[in-house]
Write a protein that binds this ligand. Structure first.
Ligand code: GLA
Length: 377
């Protein structure tokens, strides 16, 4: 990155920042229902090397896309894809009292794009962190997450929940986080020794995600409104069962999944800390079955991957990740079996789907932070 920065902009970057992607271990679509999510900020991250230039021009280069983006402040227009996230953060922070000026930014990421590991939140949170360093103001990780979410919702126009930005900002090395999306508190969760988180990317393009995502959200809101609560978090399965007849059948299934999934997130946190493999296995199986049959976010390739993961050596539990509809899934694997797990998944999923999956272990990473050159060298 240092060599590319010199070649692109001339001279040295003034500072560096990084922010991780995330994988949810339990809690699909619970965030916008104000429930629980067990999330893991992962050792795949987005890096930015930056320098303030004076003036009001922002020049950006993405090494992943080998593409440039250039705009002047204040931001008045949108652009395409990754450049829009840069504009979104540069537009949103000044509105909240955090000024941004002219700068040069070089971006490089190891979070795969559009695969359900939050590459966009990693970019947003790394940007907010770089701006913090360049313009000398400070945000708490919680506030930073909320402002990055605001950029995503208001500027980029994706009406998602807080999970991705919160994970990227609040990561603690070595810990999963149990996030309570109602009061935005977190509990750190140490996964028992001997259990490894492994990402299994179906390599099938996520299709229909934005339309289906909005529809799921609308179903949940319809359910909550019909039952007279502000969010599904306020309901138990018993309360839902008692009033199930008041809801359209589809909304009832969506609500049932969310209420159970939120409870499972808190239960999985306890099971993973205790190394209770039987409980991990069961909770993950229930989560996938609900995602497939009740919330209907699973594709054929996810079903094939699920079978490949469950039959691979050392698999303790496996399930969907992210919004669903393709992309990455997640397995909890005996650490001693990760290599044979990987080989087995590659072979059996490759055979059943005709696609070459990416399978890799990830560890729990620190949240968004400024980096010293001396830490990197
Ligand atoms: C996407 C959204 C998140 C969350 C997940 C599903 O990643 O950005 O806010 O809703 O889907 O859990």
């Amino acid at each position: 990155m240092r060599a590319t920065f010199r070649a692109k902009f001339g001279g040295e970057p003034e500072l560096w920042a990084r922010a991780p992607g995330r994988v949810d271990l339990m809690g699909s679509h619970t965030d916008y229902n104000l429930g629980f999510v067990l999330t893991l900020p992962i050792s795949r991250d987005t890096w930015i090397a930056a320098r303030a230039t004076g003036g009001n021009e922002v020049r950006v280069h993405s090494m992943n896309f080998d593409a440039d983006e250039r705009f002047t402040l204040p931001v008045t227009s949108h652009s395409e894809q990754w450049g829009n996230y840069v504009r979104g953060i540069a537009a949103t922070l000044p509105l909240e009292g955090f000024p941004v000026g002219g700068c040069e930014l070089l971006i490089q990421s190891t979070v795969p794009v559009e695969s359900g590991l939050s590459s966009s939140a990693a970019l947003e949170c790394a940007l907010a962190t770089v701006f913090e360093g360049l313009w000398n103001w400070r945000l708490s990780p919680e506030r930073k997450a909320v402002l990055c979410l605001k950029a995503e919702c208001d500027f980029v126009g994706v009406n998602c929940g807080i999970l991705d930005q919160y994970s990227s900002c609040l990561g603690r090395q070595g810990c999963a986080l149990l996030l309570d999306c109602r009061d935005l508190t977190t509990r750190t969760v140490r996964i028992a020794d001997g259990i490894q988180v492994v990402i299994c990317n179906t390599m099938s393009r996520r299709r229909l995600v934005s339309g289906e995502y909005a529809q799921r959200r609308a179903d949940c809101e319809q359910g909550a409104a019909a039952l007279g609560v502000a969010a599904l978090r306020e309901l138990t399965l018993e309360a839902l069962a008692a009033r199930a007849g008041e809801l359209p059948e589809q909304a009832e299934r969506r609500c049932r999944f969310i209420i159970a999934e939120s409870a499972r997130a808190a239960e999985l946190a306890i099971a993973l800390e205790a190394g209770d493999r039987a409980a991990v296995s069961q909770l993950c199986a229930e989560s996938f079955a609900g995602a497939r049959d009740l919330y209907e976010i699973c594709s054929d390739s996810m079903q094939s991957m699920m079978e490949a993961m469950l039959h691979a050596p050392g698999c303790i539990g496996a399930r969907q990740a992210g919004a669903g509809f393709g992309g990455c899934m997640v397995a909890l694997v005996e650490s001693s079996s990760v290599d044979s797990f990987r080989l087995s998944v590659r072979e059996s999923y490759g055979h059943s789907s005709g696609l070459a999956p990416e399978v890799y272990a990830v560890d729990a990473a620190e949240g968004a932070q400024l980096m010293e050159w001396s830490m990197l060298a």
